[in-house]
Ligand binder design. Structure first.
Ligand code: MLT
Length: 352
């Protein structure tokens, strides 16, 4: 017969407390051993994952239209990195909202190293242009490294009346309401350049946003829009063929591959400088060993003679291996956010 246990009895109480303590210590030990076992299993799984990486193609998100300057840099570096990693890097264009749509796609992607992002200076301007951005570039992404610096040129449609940069300020002020300025969406490099030009000239033009400067360039060549800032990686052929009118290099030095284009200041414009740097990112939490493999492949790719000469021919410059590293990119991105935030706030421009 089971004796009813009287829990109020002192003897029961003292014996049961020691039993309970013993059971509690056993369970604590078992729990900590289980946690340790799980940690070891997870660590060994992560190590195995990194050792096998990459075991399949890697998707590279480009947050602008195919055929544009960001797409061009991405396809060139992806091809070389693919050889280094012995697995293809496949470009996926996810355009819109000045590059923030594609960036958000990577912020939300699985952090297994098989989805990365290639974006440019827009990563540093979006935090001040978008009040509801939905992500923090420095907290919600892992840094892989920088890729290339690309200069910007202010371009006019062939039939646009001003013959040279020094005619632009008076003409733009006198005809502002009838002049269209194309860009790749608020937060894009072309938007930033146009923003600085309008702010410096105290002249507001009609801006026409596209999903990238590839489609915008088509309309510039067709005369549907009057002006655009674009990266030399996109327009070098059109400049050489005379299909567009290059007014000025938007920097303080002339572009080596386009020495006949004056700088903004030489052309009588305010001394605007917008250098477009490009970098690679991965989702937050991507294992460090995988980031290291991606960065090592990137460092080798930026040194590859073919990439360096292709960038130089297009007026651009591959970065040094030192800049193709996570810590360097983190520092650079932080400095660029600090640099552009007050400039954009002063211009009073918001995307949302
Ligand atoms: C930009 O303006 O941000 C880029 O040139 C857009 C693009 O790469 O298409």
């Amino acid at each position: 017969m089971l004796r009813r246990l009287d829990l109020a009895q002192p003897y029961f109480h003292s014996n049961s407390v020691s039993v309970m303590n013993f059971l509690a210590s056993v369970s604590r030990t078992l729990l900590s051993q289980a946690k340790l076992g799980i940690a070891i299993l997870l660590t060994s799984a992560t190590v195995a994952q990194a050792q096998d990486f990459p075991s399949r193609p890697i998707t590279v998100i480009v947050p602008f239209s195919a055929g544009g300057p960001t797409d061009k840099v991405a396809r060139d570096i992806a091809q070389i990195m693919g050889k280094q990693l012995q697995k293809p890097l496949i470009i996926e264009n996810a355009a819109g909202a000045g590059g923030t749509i594609g960036t958000k796609k990577v912020v939300l992607a699985k952090n297994d190293g098989y989805t990365v992002l290639i974006h440019h200076i827009g990563m540093a301007t979006a935090p001040s242009l978008y009040r509801h951005l939905g992500f923090d570039p420095l907290k919600d992404l892992e840094m892989v490294g920088e890729i290339a610096d690309v200069p910007m040129v202010l371009l006019g449609a062939k039939a646009f009346p001003p013959a040279s940069a020094n005619e632009l300020p008076a003409y733009l002020k006198a005809n502002a309401s009838n002049i269209s300025l194309a860009n790749a969406g608020i937060g894009s490099a072309s938007h930033l350049c146009g923003l600085l030009l309008q702010s410096a000239l105290q002249t507001e033009l009609t801006t026409v946003p596209y999903k990238g400067t590839a489609p915008a360039l088509s309309d510039l060549m067709g005369g549907q829009v009057n002006l655009m800032c674009d990266q030399t990686t996109n327009v070098s052929g059109q400049i050489k063929s005379g299909a567009v009118k290059p007014y000025a290099a938007m920097q303080t030095q002339r572009i080596q591959a386009f020495k006949d284009i004056p700088t903004a200041q030489e052309g009588g414009l305010p001394p605007i400088e917008v250098k477009i740097w490009h970098a690679m990112y991965a989702p937050k939490g991507t294992p460090a060993a995988i980031i290291d493999k991606l960065s090592a492949a990137l460092q080798a790719a930026v040194q590859e003679p073919g990439f360096k000469s292709k960038m130089a021919d297009l007026g651009a410059q591959a970065v040094t291996p030192a800049r193709a590293q996570p810590a360097s990119l983190r520092t650079h991105l932080g400095h660029e956010i600090d640099k552009w935030t007050p400039i954009i706030k002063k211009a009073g421009i918001y995307a949302d």
